[in-house]
Ligand binder design. Structure first.
Ligand code: ZN
Length: 279
């Protein structure tokens, strides 16, 4: 025989219990959202947030490319692990309307002389599209070529502070290459003005005041990647506002306002040509 529970008090209790449980999980859910958004935007990196903010239509200060020599050299690659390895490079000197010359080292694996020259020219022109201040500390760029085994490669584009940049042409999609280049040049020229310097407090104070980071990559590496990531966002909102959506513009301005002010103080005191930038 079935027993029917007709006790209204019991049902009321059950209902309230469920509501309480729901309230608890809802509040917990909100806390989770707030907790996450307090750390970083949902974008992995600035170059996933911002693509093609500088594109093929933009002017370059690139002036000339001169072939210097062919040289066998031991160099970093990372397609074969962390070891340096020996390769033959074609070395060029890229000249610009403003700023110092840059050595462009192209790995001979690109094949024909035409291909090698084309690669040297492509990246020399891209270097001329960023504010000339960003190249101030740049001495060389090493360009590696096609994949040997993509699955085994941990390589990316990367930079040595006050030195140079490594490019793996196939590692970054075309639409994000100019933005990743800005990121790497920020490592070369801007990092050491704050990180591990007397001015580090200026950056870390801005980080604290902002509370959020522009990307998860910046948030996970606040004393290595945050400046480079924020500089890409700075270029977007100060120089290429017409190439990003209003939503992205507002998000950047709200997310890292104090970091943007620090970068304003630095970058506007230096040449930004060929870009036109304003606060
Ligand atoms: Zn980086």
């Amino acid at each position: 025989m079935k027993t029917k529970i007709r006790n209204n008090i019991f049902f009321k209790y059950l209902r309230e219990c469920k509501i309480q449980k729901f309230k608890f999980f809802f509040v917990f859910f909100l806390l989770c959202i707030n907790f996450n958004s307090a750390l970083a935007t949902s974008f992995f990196s600035a170059s996933t947030l911002l693509k093609n903010i500088i594109n093929k239509d933009d002017p370059t200060t690139y002036k000339d490319l001169i072939f210097i020599k062919k040289e066998v050299n031991k160099n970093f690659d990372k397609r074969y692990g962390n070891e340096m390895y020996v390769a033959t490079f074609f070395i060029f000197e890229a000249k610009y309307e403003f700023g110092k010359d840059v050595e462009i080292w192209v790995n001979s694996e690109f094949g024909s002389h035409e291909n090698i020259a084309e690669i040297a020219l492509k990246y020399s022109k891209m270097l001329g599209k960023v504010p000339s201040f960003f190249r101030e500390e740049l001495k060389w760029v090493v360009i590696h070529g096609p994949w040997v085994d993509k699955s085994k490669c941990t390589c990316h584009w990367y930079a040595f502070r006050n030195e140079g940049v490594y490019i793996h042409t196939k590692m970054v999609n075309e639409e994000a290459q100019q933005e990743v280049l800005i990121h790497e040049l920020a490592h070369v020229t801007i990092d050491s003005l704050y990180y591990n310097s007397a001015n580090e407090i200026i950056w870390t104070n801005a980080q604290k005041q902002d509370a959020k980071s522009i990307s998860r990559y910046a948030e996970s590496n606040p004393l290595v990647e945050d400046i480079a990531e924020s500089v890409v966002a700075w270029v977007a909102v100060r120089c290429k506002r017409d190439r990003i959506s209003k939503k992205k513009y507002k998000m950047i301005i709200k997310t890292i306002p104090n970091r943007l002010i620090v970068l304003d103080d630095l970058i506007f005191g230096n040449p930004v040509y060929p870009l036109t930038c304003k606060k």
